[in-house]
Design a protein around this ligand. Structure first.
Ligand code: AMP
Length: 113
């Protein structure tokens, strides 16, 4: 069950501050508050999806395409096209998901193990 009070829902509604680098009508991208790499950005759809799994199952094809194309554009905006970057999603508590609103991590700026 999606919880409307999760941190990213509050950020999307403008009830909580964030370090936003991109926004359109379908998604936002913010700097992670507790970065694990010099560049650590979160790409977050505005729709109410608990996880990547939920997003892929229930979002419209256009929404999914827009999300991934824009993620690539955000990586370019950060000049990561040549440098390289990692995208990842933790899906579920056992995989390390801590915020239950779909998001992708973009990590870069150091050699990632
Ligand atoms: P995950 O563990 O995959 O669910 O990722 C959640 C991410 O959200 C973690 O990397 C946290 O550091 C990050 N985070 C938690 N609270 C905030 C916040 N208020 N603003 C930005 N990022 C946050």
């Amino acid at each position: 069950m999606y919880d409307d009070n999760n941190i990213f829902a509050k950020i999307i509604r403008g009830e909580m501050d964030s370090d936003k680098i991109y926004e359109d009508d379908k998604l936002i991208a913010i700097h992670d508050a507790y970065p694990t790499a010099p560049i650590h950005v979160l790409v977050i759809p505005k729709g109410k999806y608990i996880s990547f799994h939920d997003f892929m199952e229930n979002a419209a094809a256009e929404e999914i395409a827009h999300f991934f194309k824009t993620t690539k554009q955000i990586a370019e905006m950060l000049n990561l096209g040549d440098k390289g970057y990692r995208i990842l999603a933790n899906i579920g508590k056992t995989a390390g998901q801590t915020v239950f609103h779909m998001h992708l991590h973009i990590l870069s700026g150091k050699t990632l193990q």
